[in-house]
Design a protein around this ligand. Structure first.
Ligand code: PRX
Length: 633
């Protein structure tokens, strides 16, 4: 690979070059990968139509770049070190050759059951090797994978399966999560009652618990793998053929199936993995995310494998069997790059330092953070106690929609600034916009964060709804991609992301739209209306506060039971991650004359800030503000 950025001069010249000659710049980077046939042009795009085409007519298969290409020189190198949930069990080293043959075999099983290029396959698995194998097996044959995080409920799973009409589901009998055993297969069974597109379910045996098998539909993967060959010819994909769909919450409506394509995504995640983590041949990289999120797609599966890296794949959780688990794993496998979320850092920083000090963390070279703003206290704790003041922290800002990291320090190359994601990577042109939709010039300014020029891994659409894609990201600021985040730029041009400016709330690093949560609450027969807002929480970053009104005549209900029921409804529809921390019953919600809920006021009340509610004269029911304020939790 020859796309390493090695020093600050390299960064500056790459950055300038990427702005002045974007096509030449990306052409040279794309040449680091295997292509069966070269592209006809590097980029064609229209921001107003939300159309992006990178490396069109270039033919490749991402799994050849992730696997086949490494076999000759690195076949016996470890691709994944699987660290199981139970720390007493042995870890498993999976070499590139092993991974290659596991992927080929599973791909052959998929082909046997009629899955072909363009079909959608839903993957609902815990963090076990079969999860990465399934992702790659789909890519091998050109099937579009849609991984659904295994913490989502049956309702959320069903809506995702339905939205993309998945033909096949890959799941497991159960999942180990800390000291819990989760009935994954029953959740799938439940969701498939309402999904007609699914023809087959492949079941991985992980927990060996009892499961029900639907004849003709469900197949045990172990048996199927015995019946297929080890070789699987890769499907030749155009750079613009879809690679995957990954659902993310929107501020309104159902989740958005962000669609990513093959070539640009491959080039961008390969390039950014190498440079952001400065990966070197014998390094052991560990990203603690779940493959169910974009971080796992780009920086557990594709980015590391494209670079022939060795990664830890961790099934467990940070608090089991004790709060030393992360640090134990780092020590055990001599991890060199460690990439996690601020919420994990904050929760572990609350525990005794003796959990950290029990282990040697001297192998670490680089630390990473992703998913939400990292506050000063968490940054400093991470830097001092985990990195021992020797390891740069890469605070990486990006999104499901962006496919890869857009703003981040390059460790050892660009300067760090605590709580700042700092500088854009080559090819990325961030801008801040004012309320008149104009670019804010100069430094020491703030505004809404937009990106001015496409980068190769920008999502191409929302599955089945291009109009929604256009509306959501390309109409608020015509000619720009709007991120939904607010940001500031300091005197030196460093960016600090301040948080969402829409109705998406990031709870423990998970993106949650308020609308689907409100829909779930409103399904309760006694509830008339609800509004959910976020409030600051010292571990989760944000937590959820629901304001809920009753239907007429039910004021005397048992409130405690009702609160539990509301959270059960949410758990069933979305998943436990979306449960409310606080629920306040109100006589009505503050509304404008046109019937819109004034969330601004509710947000202030939830934050405990009663100082100034601004103009409430346009409210239909201003008197309710006082009531809500006085009863706030
Ligand atoms: O608000 C930003 C926040 O997470 C959002 C994207 O969430 P998601 O699509 O789930 O992807 C998360 C993993 C890439 C962003 O709009 N966010 C992500 N990283 C950071 C961040 N906020 C501040 N600093 C970050 N480093």
């Amino acid at each position: 690979m020859s796309y390493n950025i090695n020093d600050q001069l390299d960064y500056q010249s790459s950055y300038e070059n990427s702005l002045n000659n974007p096509e030449e710049f990306w052409h040279a980077i794309a040449n680091n990968f295997w292509w069966k046939k070269p592209w006809e042009y590097v980029l064609k795009y229209s921001m107003s139509e939300a159309q992006f085409s990178w490396f069109k007519e270039g033919k490749t298969n991402i799994t050849v770049n992730c696997l086949d290409r490494h076999l000759e020189k690195k076949g016996s190198k470890t691709a994944f070190i699987f660290e199981p949930n139970d720390s007493g069990q042995d870890s498993e080293h999976i070499t590139y050759i092993d991974l290659y043959s596991r992927v080929c075999k599973l791909a052959n099983v998929l082909r046997k059951y009629g899955i072909k290029k363009g079909d959608r396959v839903c993957i609902y698995l815990p963090m076990i090797p079969e999860l990465t194998v399934s992702v790659l097996a789909c890519a091998r044959i050109g099937a579009i994978h849609s991984v659904v995080f295994a913490g989502f409920s049956s309702g959320a799973l069903a809506s995702r399966i339905d939205d993309c009409s998945a033909k096949l589901v890959i799941t497991s009998d159960g999942a180990f999560r800390g000291n819990k055993l989760i009935d994954l297969k029953s959740i799938v069974d439940e969701s498939l009652r309402s999904c007609s597109s699914v023809e087959k379910v492949l079941v991985v045996e992980r927990t060996f618990q009892n499961i029900s098998i639907v004849e003709g539909r469900d197949l045990l993967l172990r048996r199927e793998l015995d019946l297929v060959e080890e070789n699987c010819e890769p499907e030749l994909m155009d750079a613009e053929d879809p690679l995957f769909i990954l659902y993310t919450s929107g501020s309104t409506g159902k989740p958005k199936g962000m669609m990513h394509t093959t070539g640009g995504y491959m080039v961008y995640v390969g390039y950014t993995f190498q440079n952001v983590f400065q990966y070197r041949e014998n390094d052991i990289y560990w990203c603690t995310a779940d493959v169910g999120w974009i971080t796992g797609h780009s920086y557990i599966v594709y980015g590391p494998l494209l670079n022939g890296a060795t990664s830890v794949l961790f099934e467990g959780i940070p608090s089991f069997p004790d709060f030393g688990r992360f640090w134990e794993v780092i020590d055990k496998h001599k991890v060199t790059q460690f990439y996690t979320a601020p919420t994990a850092i904050r929760s572990l920083a609350k525990e005794s330092l003796s959990w950290v000090n029990k282990y040697s963390l001297t192998s670490l070279k680089i630390l990473g953070s992703v998913g939400e703003p990292i506050n000063d206290e968490a940054w400093t704790w991470y830097f001092e106690n985990i990195g021992k003041k020797n390891c740069p922290i890469v605070d990486t800002w990006w999104q499901t929609e962006t496919g890869g990291i857009l703003i981040s320090p390059l460790p050892g190359i660009t300067k760090l600034k605590p709580t700042f994601a700092t500088l854009p990577l080559p090819g990325v042109q961030p801008v801040l916009m004012d309320e008149n939709r104009r670019e804010v010039s100069g430094n020491d300014v703030s505004g809404n964060l937009c990106i001015k020029f496409p980068w190769p891994s920008i999502a191409r659409s929302i599955w089945g709804d291009h109009n929604r894609y256009k509306e959501t990201y390309f109409t608020a600021y015509p000619g720009y991609y709007f991120t939904g985040d607010g940001a500031m730029r300091d005197e030196e041009g460093n960016y600090r992301i301040t948080g969402r400016v829409d109705d998406v709330i990031i709870v423990s690093g998970h993106n949650l739209g308020t609308a689907p949560i409100e829909d779930a609450i409103n399904e309760h027969p006694l509830i008339a209306e609800s509004a959910v807002v976020g409030f600051p929480h010292d571990v989760k970053g944000n937590a959820l506060y629901g304001f809920v009104s009753f239907k007429d005549g039910v004021e005397n209900s048992d409130l405690k039971t009702l609160k539990n029921e509301i959270n059960q409804f949410i758990s069933g529809q979305i998943g436990p991650i979306a449960k409310l921390d606080k629920i306040q019953f109100v006589s009505s919600l503050p509304k404008t004359r046109s019937g819109k809920i004034m969330r601004r006021i509710l947000r202030k009340i939830a934050e405990g800030d009663f100082s100034n509610f601004g103009d409430i004269s346009t409210l239909l029911n201003p008197e309710v503000v006082e009531e809500i304020k006085n009863n706030s939790l």
